[in-house]
Design a protein around this ligand. Structure first.
Ligand SMILES: Nc1ncnc2c1ncn2[C@@H]1O[C@H](COP(=O)(O)OP(=O)(O)O)[C@@H](O)[C@H]1O
Ligand SMILES: [Mg+2]
Length: 230
């Protein structure tokens, strides 16, 4: 594996429905450590499937995929890999409604050996960094869509992941709130040198990345630098 690439994907294939649906059909993609890329393409083209394979939520049928030095086709401990290396931000934030905001952010730390005191400290510090210090004891249902997505970002960051996977993180937000969330992700990328892979179908969102990868019919079509790239 090239040391600079934190993600290396070669000829990756994934079928559903006994192979009738080819969600990934010979996907090739390399992502450098610390890079911010956006993945664009029509609905059903395989963007979420790709993110799920990178994050170890699903396993491919054929091909090779290495993420943060792990061979994803062979590793037995995907849960451990995921909690250590990956932070997910979904379109639907998937917060647990009967837990408070700070408790939601603590969830990924249960996979680690962190004491409950340190878990609380870490969660509160992250919530402060996303501007939610006055909402920590609320239930998510009391928050706006943008506030919930900020909780989801804090939760994604809590184990200091090397990669953040964001699947249409602004898809359910109005454009102004979406912009706040995007700027937050962009700042995190700049400050923490975390690798950011973001699926979007909005061109202005895609252009915030350093590189745009277009996906069609389960393959990566093109790779283009944006004005943000250096
Ligand atoms: N768990 C699944 N079971 C069956 N089909 C699936 C599953 N996940 C995705 N698909 C199918 O795979 C194709 C790619 O889906 P997806 O990766 O979600 O695309 P995108 O995120 O680009 O909209 C679609 O045809 C979709 O219906
Ligand atoms: Mg999708």
């Amino acid at each position: 594996m090239n040391n600079e690439n934190i993600i290396e994907i070669k000829d990756l294939k994934k079928g559903y429905d006994n192979g009738k649906i080819k969600a990934l059909n010979g996907m090739n993609l390399n992502v450098k450590k610390g890079e911010f890329i956006s993945i664009m393409g029509p609905s059903g083209s395989g963007k979420s499937s790709l993110l799920n394979m990178i994050g170890g939520l699903d396993v491919a049928d054929e091909g090779t995929i290495n993420v943060a030095g792990i061979d994803m086709m062979k590793t037995k401990n995907l849960n451990k890999f995921r909690s250590k290396e990956i932070g997910f931000v979904f379109q639907m934030h998937n917060l647990i409604p009967n837990l408070t905001v700070v408790e939601n952010v603590e969830i990924p730390m249960y996979e680690t050996n962190t004491s409950s005191k340190d878990m609380r400290k870490k969660a509160l510090a992250l919530l402060k960094s996303v501007g939610l210090e006055d909402k920590v004891d609320q239930k998510p249902t009391k928050l706006s869509g943008g506030q919930r997505q900020r909780v989801a970002i804090a939760r994604a960051l809590v184990n200091n992941p090397s990669i953040i996977l964001a699947d249409e993180p602004t898809g359910s937000l109005d454009s102004k709130t979406g912009e706040v969330i995007l700027n937050l992700l962009k700042d995190l990328h700049a400050k923490e040198n975390v690798t950011l892979v973001m699926v979007t179908h909005e061109p202005y969102v895609g252009n915030m990345a350093e590189r745009i990868v277009t996906v069609l019919d389960g393959k990566c079509l093109s790779d283009k630098k944006t004005s943000e790239s250096t």
